[in-house]
Design a protein around this ligand. Structure first.
Ligand SMILES: [Zn+2]
Length: 293
C-alpha cells in the first residue's frame, strides 16, 4: 500500500499536467472502485479548472474552480499515468510495456494542458470522491487524521503528548493515522531504525509523566522527517505497483536499512547486528535488536 512518499511523488508528477488546467473530458470506464463513483462524477468535473493539487496524508486533493474538491486515493494497487499528446512521435518503452494493462484504466481525465491522465487500478481498492470545499473539515475520510509529519504541527512535543500513557508499542503508535498521518509499515520501520528505537518499546516511554518530550521523542520526530524526505527525493519505494506518473520506478527500496531485509547485516555503521522480522498487530516489523533499544 502506498505511503506518504509515494503519494507525494504522484502529486508532484500530476501537478504540471493538472494544475491550472481544465477537464475537457472525463471518461469513467469503470465506476465501481472501492465504492461506486457518483452518477454525476464526470459532469461535476467537466469544464472545471484545477486551481491546486494538494495532499493530505495518503489522499490527493484537487481544488476545483467550482468550489468542489476531488479527493483521490490510490488504494492498494492504483496508479496515475500522464501521457502528453505532444511528447514526440515515438512512444516510449513504458507505453508499450503497459499497453496490455489498459483494461485497468478505469478513469481518464483529458486536460486542457494537452495531458491525458489515466487512473489504473487492477484491484480497485482505490477511490475518488467529490466534496464541497466548505465541507472538507467534516469529511469522514480526513477529519480524524493526525498532523502531517512534514508540516509544522508535527514535532517532539506533539508526538510525546500523543504517546503519553500509551501502553501500545512505538510501532503501533506511529502506524496510527490519528497520531501522525501518512506513515505505514515501511516508513515506520525505517524511522524507528534511524532513531535507534525498538519497535517493541512502549510508546509512553518517549514522554515524561507530564507528557513532555524526552530525547527519544526528539530523535524519533527527526528520523520520521529525514526518512520521508529521503524517500520523496528518491521518488518513493517501488515494491509492487508504485510508479512515477511517467512510468519510472521509485528508488528508495534500494536504501532500506531494515525493511524487507530479514537475516541481512544491519546497516548502522559499527553495528554487528542482523535484521530481524517479527509480527506486530498482524504486520511484519523489521528491526535490528542490537542497535535499536
Ligand atoms: Zn544494528
Amino acid at each position: 500500500m502506498p505511503e506518504l512518499p509515494e503519494v507525494e511523488t504522484v502529486r508532484r508528477g500530476l501537478a504540471p499536467a493538472m494544475e491550472g488546467a481544465r477537464f475537457t473530458k472525463v471518461e469513467v470506464r469503470r465506476g465501481d472502485l472501492r465504492w461506486p463513483l457518483p452518477k454525476d462524477f464526470a459532469r461535476r468535473l467537466a469544464g472545471k479548472t484545477v486551481t491546486g493539487l494538494g495532499r493530505r496524508a495518503k489522499y490527493l486533493l484537487a481544488d476545483l474552480s467550482s468550489g468542489d474538491v476531488l479527493i483521490m486515493h490510490l488504494g492498494m494497487s492504483g496508479s496515475f499515468h500522464v501521457f502528453r499528446q505532444d511528447a514526440g512521435k515515438s512512444p516510449g518503452h513504458y507505453y508499450h510495456e503497459r499497453a496490455q494493462h489498459v483494461a485497468h484504466d478505469h478513469i481518464v481525465f483529458h486536460m486542457s494542458s494537452g495531458a491525458v491522465v489515466t487512473f489504473n487500478d487492477p484491484r480497485r481498492f482505490g477511490s475518488m470522491k467529490i466534496v464541497p470545499r466548505a465541507k472538507l473539515d467534516a469529511e469522514p475520510l480526513l477529519n480524524k487524521l493526525g498532523p502531517e509529519p512534514l508540516g509544522n504541527a508535527f514535532d517532539a512535543a506533539m508526538l510525546a503528548r500523543a504517546c503519553m500513557g500509551k501502553k501500545t508499542s512505538l510501532k503501533a503508535a506511529l502506524s496510527d493515522q490519528r497520531v501522525v498521518a501518512g506513515l505505514g509499515n515501511i516508513y515506520v520501520c525505517e524511522a524507528l531504525h534511524r532513531a535507534r528505537l525498538s519497535p517493541k518499546r512502549v510508546a509512553a516511554t518517549i514522554a515524561g509523566k507530564t507528557g513532555a518530550p524526552n530525547e527519544r521523542a526528539e530523535s524519533l520526530t527527526e528520523a520520521v522527517r529525514a526518512v520521508l524526505n529521503a524517500a520523496i527525493k528518491d521518488g518513493g519505494s517501488s515494491l509492487r505497483d508504485h510508479r512515477l506518473t511517467d512510468g519510472d520506478l521509485g528508488m528508495f527500496q534500494h536504501n532500506f536499512q531494515v525493511y524487507d531485509r530479514e537475516g541481512e547485516k544491519c546497516r548502522t555503521p559499527g553495528c554487528r547486528g542482523t535484521v530481524k522480522r517479527i509480527v506486530q498487530t498482524g504486520r511484519s516489523t523489521f528491526y535490528c535488536p542490537v542497535c535499536q533499544k
